[in-house]
Structures are given as structure tokens and as C-alpha cells.
Design a protein around this ligand. Structure first.
Ligand code: DX5
Ligand code: ZN
Length: 218
């Protein structure tokens, strides 16, 4: 299994001091920062877009922005997110009719390509061709749209199904993940762990980051 990567979701951070929050997480041991882009259409909420991400990449040199695109037209934002310094562009399979072309255009802009599946989407929506072309597969463990929701255990078998089919790919889990739910994700084969409230609401986030990482690595 690929190595453990912890990607705190800044959705749970204080957006008024977003760059400081990102630096605090990196200092606490985070390698990636999970940036939840919502367009008010694919999901009801609106969060942030490329202009804010550009400020973050300028303010936090070297940051790896793991951009989770909860948007209806993922084809539309590839250039803007690449220009803003995004390193990974993860789109929802439910939002596109031509995932392979989209993956190719993400790679043309030198970003890693991720493909996300929502709770009601089966793992078979990721065909062998899509899974091989992508760098990362994201199994949502809540319905996309907001932080702080309850972890949906019924999504975990999809992680195991994808790990069996794609042993070398990064497999990310996102939604309700924290110290109480990490073991089942890690056991199923997830190696990229997103956590928002579990990390940002902790008095010592670095301890939560270390614990999540250790759970994947052991
Ligand atoms: C939900 C987002 C998640 C969310 C996770 O739509 O994609 O990244 O911020 O937050 P927690 O860890 O609090 O469930
Ligand atoms: Zn997310």
C-alpha cells in the first residue's frame, strides 16, 4: 500500500486567517492540505475558488493543495486551479460524462488527477480504465457538502474493493474521519486521510495528525 498522507480539510479552519491555519497544520505534521471547492450547484454550499487558493499558495510556499472539486462542471476549472497552484485536482465521477479526457487535461496542466465517488455511487463506477489513468481515488464517507457530518460506515467496503483492484494507487477517504473511525478506513486500504473537524477542533492537532498517520502505517 502507498504511504500514509494526512490531508487536513481547511473547511473546518478559520477562513479569516487561512494561510496561518495552513502553516499551523504543516508545522503539526500535515503533508497535504485538503481544499474543498463547492459551487452552490453540485452541492448547496459555496466555499472558495481559485482566487483564494492563489492567495494560499502565495502565502504558504511549497504547499501541496489537494483540491476536492465539488462542482457541476469540473472541466471548467482545471486551468484556474492549476494557475492558482493546485497540485491535485479531484473531480466527482457523477459530475462528468468524459472522465478520461478530464484526467488527461488535468495531467496536461501538471497536476495529479483524483476521481471521487459519493456515498450512493458504487465502486464499479470507477472502471479499470479510469482507475488506471487516475493518480488517486476518493471514497466519500459522508454526502459531500459540509463538514462535521457522521461517518457512513457503509462506504468502507468500497475502499477495500478499490484497493483490491488498484494496489498502487492513492486511495483517500473524506468525511467524518477521526481517531474513532480511522482504523476501519486504514484496514480497508485507504492511505490518504482527510479530516476536518477532528483535527481543527482538537486542542493539539499535531497529536491527531500523528495518531491518524500511525493508524495507517501500522
Ligand atoms: C465534505 C468535505 C469534507 C469535509 C470533511 O463535503 O468534502 O472534506 O470538510 O470534514 P469532516 O472531517 O469534519 O467531516
Ligand atoms: Zn473534501
Amino acid at each position: 500500500m502507498p504511504r500514509a498522507i494526512i490531508s487536513p480539510s481547511v473547511l473546518a479552519s478559520d477562513f479569516g486567517v487561512l494561510t496561518a491555519e495552513c502553516k499551523r497544520m504543516i508545522k503539526g505534521g500535515a503533508e497535504w492540505l485538503h481544499m474543498d471547492v463547492m459551487d452552490g450547484h453540485f452541492v448547496p454550499n459555496i466555499t472558495m475558488g481559485a482566487p483564494i487558493l492563489a492567495c494560499v499558495s502565495k502565502g504558504v510556499p511549497g504547499i501541496f493543495m489537494d483540491c476536492h472539486m465539488m462542482v457541476s462542471q469540473p472541466e471548467k476549472w482545471v486551468d484556474d486551479i492549476a494557475d492558482a497552484g493546485g497540485k491535485l485536482y479531484c473531480f466527482h465521477i457523477e459530475a462528468t460524462s468524459d472522465p478520461i479526457s478530464l484526467i488527461n487535461s488535468i495531467h496536461e496542466r501538471k497536476m495529479k488527477a483524483g476521481v471521487a465517488i459519493s456515498p450512493d455511487t458504487p465502486s464499479t463506477a470507477i472502471t479499470d480504465e479510469i482507475g488506471e489513468a487516475a493518480d488517486m481515488l476518493l471514497v466519500m464517507t459522508v454526502y459531500p457538502g459540509r463538514g462535521g457530518q457522521k461517518f457512513l460506515e457503509r462506504c468502507v467496503p468500497k475502499v477495500a474493493e478499490l484497493r483490491a483492484r488498484f494496489p498502487d494507487k492513492d486511495i483517500e477517504v473524506d468525511g467524518g474521519v477521526g481517531p474513532k473511525t480511522i482504523d476501519q478506513c486504514a484496514d480497508a486500504g485507504s492511505n490518504v486521510i482527510v479530516a476536518g473537524t477532528a483535527i481543527f477542533n482538537a486542542t493539539e492537532p499535531e497529536q491527531v495528525i500523528a495518531l491518524l498517520k500511525q493508524s495507517v502505517d501500522t
